[in-house]
Design a protein around this ligand. Structure first.
Ligand code: FDA
Length: 415
């Protein structure tokens, strides 16, 4: 196949809007967290960079993240807090560009932030500041932006360069960085674009599913719990392979809150979830003490001291237990109650899916990628970064840190 370079005049990037075929050192597809950061880092090294997105504006997910305040990283970033077929893969990137590097950038822009809980860092004011910072880094380094741009086709020339055909112009570049994210929240512009490009270049996709997502419940659980939606409580929640101690929120659709979102990433659809409703206490001991001290109290009254009153009535109905006087409880009933409180078995009917999921589990298999650079080993110049890959973090700023770290290592390695 003849090289396109010889068929078209190669025009200067600064004037790219006026011409149909323009050459850049680097084209980044996807102006989300990873794409914005990578574009700025590559451009700071003197590379000519085009950052394109089909959306009207950059960083839509950043803007809504953390309830509008963006949980942009975490003090306690560790490889163990990422899910990937290869648990070692994320180590190199996370150590080359750490949470402290991103925090330094945030501080350079005088963005005020605070730790909310468990090392999670949020903007004091607004997630808009993070997007403005990333865009400013791009502009400072002369990244070319092209929004509302649909990529129609991607190809590779015999000389190793890539071609990108869009609804606006055609481009060629020496490095193509795919930063188009995963499938979560299609209404914000999520597409399977990265997986399609990966498949085109012969890369395997680890099966995808919604992660950090609320559980839906069968009607016999959902209907009574819906009546007390809004109740939140600290729990310890476990699947066969993981356990988290955080808050659980009852909603009109099922179960949500940080504990549930966390465990959803480890849950297989055939599994029961075990919920400890009193993770910091010993229910059996509390009950025995109450029986001794207040034998004529109602069980309901005793439970009302430990849990929200609305929850107590609903929960006793769910476990088919009538409120009796504490002194009337026999040994078997006490054991049953203790088991029900410390090990409430719930079988979710499913999850809310990509519509509300914060992340996509699975994605482009890391077996094809260099862990040091994110470059495809069999296709020099092609990179995958961010959520498109089979690397998924816990709730709490871990996913943005993966976006920043993977973007950085690609940005400093593009040629
Ligand atoms: P991201 O999805 O950010 O960007 C992909 C970009 O590619 C988008 O701009 C999209 O428009 C573009 N694109 C897609 N298909 C395209 C195509 N075919 N052509 C051109 N462009 C295309 N994480 C965290 O650490 N802390 C938090 O507080 C939160 N909060 C949060 C809230 C909500 C509601 C969600 C949905 C997610 C979070 N996350 C989070 C997760 C976090 O947002 C996510 O992991 C990162 O945004 C991933 O960054 P990427 O750049 O890889 O993808």
């Amino acid at each position: 196949m003849p090289c396109l370079n010889t068929l078209y005049a190669i025009l200067r990037p600064e004037s790219f809007n006026e011409y149909r075929l323009v050459k850049f050192d680097v084209v980044v597809i996807g102006a989300g967290a990873a794409g914005l950061h990578c574009a700025a880092i590559a451009a700071a090294r003197g590379k000519t960079v085009l950052l394109l997105d089909h959306a009207k504006r950059p960083g839509k997910k950043i803007l809504i993240s953390g309830g509008g305040r963006s949980n942009f990283t975490n003090y306690f970033i560790e490889p163990e807090k990422y899910i990937c077929e290869n648990p070692h893969f994320c180590k190199s990137a996370l150590s080359q560009y750490t949470q402290w590097d991103f925090i330094a950038l945030v501080e350079k822009y005088n963005i005020a932030y605070h730790e909310k809980t468990l090392g999670q860092l949020f903007c004091d004011d607004s997630a808009k500041e993070i997007v403005a910072m990333l865009v400013s880094e791009c502009e400072k380094n002369k990244v070319n932006f092209s929004y509302q741009t649909e990529v129609l086709k991607v190809g590779k020339l015999d000389d190793g360069q890539f071609t990108i055909t869009t609804n606006k112009s055609d481009y060629i570049c020496s490095n193509l960085v795919i930063a188009s994210g995963g499938l979560s929240m299609p209404k914000l512009g999520a597409t399977p674009f990265a997986y399609k490009v990966a498949e085109q270049f012969g890369l395997r996709i680890v099966p995808t599913k919604a992660g950090l997502v609320p559980f839906t419940l069968p009607p016999e659980l959902k209907d009574p719990l819906a009546l007390i939606s809004g109740v939140s409580m600290p729990v310890s929640i476990s699947s066969d392979t993981a356990s988290f101690k955080e808050d659980m929120l009852i909603t009109h659709r099922g179960l949500s809150g940080p504990a549930v979102l966390q465990i959803s990433s480890y849950w297989n659809s055939s599994e029961n979830i075990s919920i400890d409703l009193l993770p910091a206490g010993d229910f059996s001991a509390e009950l025995e003490k109450a029986v001794q001290e207040h034998p004529n109290s109602q069980l309901k009254t005793f439970l009302g001291n430990l849990f929200a009153k609305r929850f107590v009535d609903t929960y006793l109905n769910l476990i088919n237990f009538d409120s009796v006087l504490l002194k009337q409880l026999d040994h078997k009933q006490k054991n049953f109650l203790t088991e029900s409180i410390h090990n409430w078995k719930v079988k979710p009917s499913g999850t809310e899916g990509y519509r509300t999921a914060e992340v996509t589990l699975g994605g482009v298999s890391t077996e094809h990628l260099s862990s040091k650079t994110m470059e495809v080993k069999s296709c020099p110049g092609l990179y995958f970064i961010g959520e498109a890959m089979d690397v998924t973090g816990w709730l709490g700023g871990y996913n943005f840190q993966w976006a920043w770290s993977s973007a950085y290592v690609a940005g400093i390695n593009v040629r």
